[in-house]
Design a protein around this ligand. Structure first.
Ligand SMILES: [Zn+2]
Length: 439
């Protein structure tokens, strides 16, 4: 399994250095809390064994949880951060670049030589991965109704995917690059990341509380000051504040179903959606439509133009086009999508705070506190959309007066559309549902 690292040498070295810093900080905290605060001060000097045992239990409990969540998070981030597979062109391009670097050519020359590669959207209607989109009922798309395309990875970008220049890959539900946990935090690791920051904040709280209360007693008793108390307080306060803020921010994002990336321009962001509508739905002056599978290059559209660039057909042309073109494809497998836009700032992914929480943290208390199972949102098998969409989708459909027509995700009756389409096709068994014909 390849290790995913930053493309920037400085970040790579910082990321590798962090575990050593953490081990040093934890070793020092253990020395201070176990050796100086509990053993030497509370038990030996003051005879407060009960307080010392309480501190030790809390200290080792949060230390254990912190270490487990750290390991789970870091291993996920390094080995399985949730990347979109590279397109064949990007694999070939990266192999050539690697070979060139091995041959010792300088980077500038390599960059210049890589220019001729075509990196626009793949014009092939059977482009690898494209079917994953139009077998869903809703997906985010470009103006022409095709999914978003990453010119670096040469892949179609599922909803909420962003290209990270830090690791030069497209990341599912990308959040941020965190050198403290070894790399890119995305949908596979965000839950573990939040658990790690939460337990680290609790751990720092125990260290801070134990050291600060001991310091207060020393001052009250006018006893000699242990020189390790103050450095421990400063370290615990610094890391505690840092991780508490991270935890609070992350919990807010979970409750809103947002990521750090989503938060950028969140008030002005407009999503463009391809929403499945019954075959033959006409484009209107409010929205255009696209029908999949896209025509092959060379197919003639109704305006007599050679379609060499796989520009999606509009519904005005699609029905007659379908009759005209010599194709063995089953027209019942065609899927028509209306291209719609959200209002600025609408949060498509907001399912309500409780469902948002469960979507990331899991359905049960044990999922929330232990870092074993991944978030439910990593499951993309639903035929509705890559991620569940909330009320905002229903609002979009209502604005376009498509509530009765479009598919189920907004809370409508998905099966209703299947029935309508089967009805239109003459109720034939061959059309027994586009969903069924998927596999
Ligand atoms: Zn990419």
């Amino acid at each position: 399994m390849p290790v995913i690292e930053s493309t920037r040498p400085a970040t790579r070295w910082i990321t590798r250095l962090v575990p050593a810093i953490l081990v040093a900080a934890i070793s020092y905290a253990t020395f201070v809390i176990v050796g100086r605060v509990c053993s030497q001060y509370l038990i030996s000097q003051r005879g407060e064994a009960g307080a010392a045992i309480t501190i030790l239990i809390l200290y080792f409990l949060f230390l254990l949880l912190m270490v487990i969540t750290y390991l789970r998070n870091t291993l996920t981030v390094i080995l399985d951060p949730g990347l979109v597979p590279l397109g064949p062109l990007a694999i070939e391009r990266r192999k050539i670049e690697r070979d060139r670097r091995k041959r010792g050519r300088n980077r500038r020359e390599s960059d210049l030589e890589s220019q001729p590669y075509h990196s626009g959207p793949d014009p092939n209607p059977d482009s690898p991965g494209l079917e994953e989109f139009y077998t869903k009922d809703v997906f985010t798309c470009e103006n022409d109704g095709r999914p978003r395309w990453c010119s670096e990875c040469c892949n179609w970008k599922p909803d909420r995917v962003h290209h990270s220049s830090e690791i030069n890959r497209c990341v599912l539900r990308m959040d941020h690059y965190c050198p403290w946990v070894g790399g890119m935090v995305g949908e596979n690791s965000f839950k573990f990341f939040v658990q790690f920051t939460t337990y680290t904040a609790c751990y720092c709280g125990v260290v801070l509380g134990a050291a600060a209360s001991s310091l207060r007693k020393v001052i009250n008793d006018d006893a000699p000051l242990d020189p390790h108390f103050i450095p421990a307080i400063v370290l615990a306060a610094f890391f505690g504040l840092f991780t508490s803020l991270m935890t609070l921010t992350s919990i807010r994002y979970i409750l809103l179903n947002m990521t750090n990336v989503d938060m950028l321009n969140s008030r002005s962001k407009v999503y463009q959606l391809a929403v499945r509508v019954p075959r033959g739905t006409e484009a209107t002056d409010r929205f255009s439509v696209v029908t999949y599978p896209l025509p092959r290059p060379g197919e003639i559209t109704t305006n007599g133009r050679l379609n060499g660039t796989a520009v999606p057909r509009t519904a005005r042309s699609s029905s007659s086009d379908a009759r005209a073109r010599p194709t063995t494809r089953d027209d019942l497998a065609n899927r028509t999508f209306a291209i719609l836009k959200t209002e600025p700032g609408e949060n498509l992914w907001d399912l309500g705070a409780w469902r948002n929480w469960q979507n990331i943290m899991g359905p049960h208390l044990l999922d929330w506190v232990l870092p074993f199972r991944k978030s439910p949102c990593v499951n993309h098998e639903s035929h509705d959309s890559f991620y569940p969409m909330g009320r905002a989708l229903a609002d979009v459909l209502a604005r376009y007066e498509l509530t009765g027509l479009a598919m189920a995700t907004a809370g409508g009756e998905g099966a209703g559309l299947e029935m309508k389409e089967i009805g239109r096709a003459g109720g034939g068994g061959a059309g027994g549902g586009n969903r069924l014909s998927r596999e």
